[in-house]
Design a protein around this ligand. Structure first.
Ligand code: NAD
Ligand code: MG
Length: 393
């Protein structure tokens, strides 16, 4: 039977790689594509929808609907727009759904896909950070499967195959250290958006690239590890590994360490999720370790990467703390990109928002419902904007 697939965030970095793999696997001959979604790049979205012969193409921006419709004219492909249309697209049953929207906006469609029992290939780590227990419980209740599509988490998942989670002593996720790993600390405050947007090893969307430089990305990933694998925070470690070839290691109670290595190419993690539970050949470079010669590791410097400490606070509080952390981080990142906040100001703002909202009662005990998460997200963004001097709307 032809597999029904949907790609949320198709026009982004992960989306493009997913599109590439599905086309290589036969495109419309191999899959029935239900939905592809994007935001303002309607030209590319329409092109992908036509190539995969999707049922529907959705733009997140209602202002782009007329343009998308015009680009799809004569194809028989439906066009839709806005957050509700994204959820509606996720309500159309599919067997395999790529969740590759960036940010909190990826959560509602992901939840909808899980309610229909889909296999959710989860690149949108913000979903697990903000709503881990809700996401995992929704999957359990509806017999759905979540497969991690972060290179580190795919690596851990693969290292854990056939293992008993009770025998896991620790999980080590690696970090390249980002664009500024070797900068003098006192220069960080003056780092520009262009400098923060260039990653030494991975080609990714701009937001996650800047989050790699600040290690907010790794902070999100530590929480993602905690939520996805249900591993106690003190068992999760971060290791700086500038070569980005070892993606993660799992340490077992007998002292054995299983490492996962591969080229820094997201098509491995995406392809693994696409082919799971089997494996199939993928167009990624093969490592020649003899040529590479050596791999290096070091502990992260807490002064350079305060985001890692904040992640520990979030895991200690739980509840809505992840939504507050992520919302404040997204708003602080917006402010940095807009030139309203220095690079080092992002962690300072997130810390202030977390402290203010943690002082309110109930952050750790509140029910994790979509409504409560949206409220926490909204409030955290508003507070962060206040801290950065932006107009609060
Ligand atoms: P990207 O910015 O390249 O693409 C994001 C996609 O989401 C685009 O299709 C964009 O149109 C869409 N989008 C943006 N804002 C939206 C909104 N408000 N509503 C709906 N759609 C919206 O991002 P990316 O680098 O591909 O990352 C996507 C997700 O995958 C993120 O959660 C990121 O953390 C995660 N991830 C990415 C990588 C990577 O290598 N790029 C690796 C691991 C995890
Ligand atoms: Mg990652």
């Amino acid at each position: 039977m032809t597999r029904r697939i949907s790609i949320f965030g198709a026009t982004g970095s992960i989306g493009e790689s997913t599109f590439d793999l599905t086309m290589r696997a036969g495109g419309p001959g191999a899959f029935h594509t239900v939905a592809v979604t994007g935001a303002r790049n309607t030209a590319r979205l329409a092109e992908m929808a036509r190539a995969l012969r999707a049922e529907v193409a959705v733009t997140a921006d209602p202002g782009c609907l007329a343009d998308l419709r015009a680009r799809l004219a004569g194809s028989g492909i439906e066009a839709a727009a806005g957050p509700a249309a994204l959820v509606e697209a996720a309500d159309r049953p599919a067997d395999w759904v790529m969740s590759a929207i960036v940010g909190f906006a990826g959560l509602p469609p992901g939840l909808a896909a899980l309610r229909h029992g889909a296999t959710l290939a989860l690149a949108n780590k913000e979903s697990l950070v903000t709503a881990g227990p809700l996401l995992m419980e929704t999957a359990r209740r509806h017999g759905a499967t979540i497969l991690p599509v972060d290179s580190e988490h795919s690596a851990v998942f693969q290292a854990l195959t056939g293992e008993d989670i009770a025998c896991v002593e620790r999980v080590i996720i690696t970090a390249s250290g980002g664009a500024f790993r070797d900068w003098p600390l006192d220069r960080l405050a003056r780092a520009t958006v262009a400098e923060a947007s260039s990653h030494p090893n991975w080609a990714m969307g701009q937001r996650i690239t800047i989050d790699s430089a600040s290690m907010f990305n790794k902070a999100l990933e530590v929480i993602e590890t905690r939520e996805f694998f249900d591993i106690a925070p003190e068992r999760i470690e971060v290791l700086v590994h500038p070569e980005s070839l070892v993606h993660a290691l799992v340490g077992f109670c007998d002292g054995g360490l299983m490492a996962h290595l591969g080229a820094p190419d997201m098509r491995h993690a995406i392809g693994y999720a696409l082919n799971w539970p089997t494996r199939a050949p993928l167009p990624v470079a093969r490592l020649d370790l003899g040529q590479i010669g050596r791999l290096t590791f070091r502990d992260p410097d807490p002064a350079r990467y305060p985001a890692l400490r904040l992640a520990r606070e979030v895991m200690a509080t739980r509840g809505l703390a992840g939504a507050v952390f992520n919302g404040a981080k997204e708003a602080a990142l917006d402010a940095f990109i807009a030139g309203r906040l220095p690079f080092t100001g992002m962690a300072a703002v997130v810390e202030r928002v977390l402290a203010r909202m943690s002082a309110q009662s109930g952050l750790g005990n509140a029910d994790i419902t979509l409504d409560n998460l949206c409220d926490a997200d909204r409030e955290a963004r508003a507070l962060a904007r206040e801290c950065t001097g932006a107009r609060v709307d």
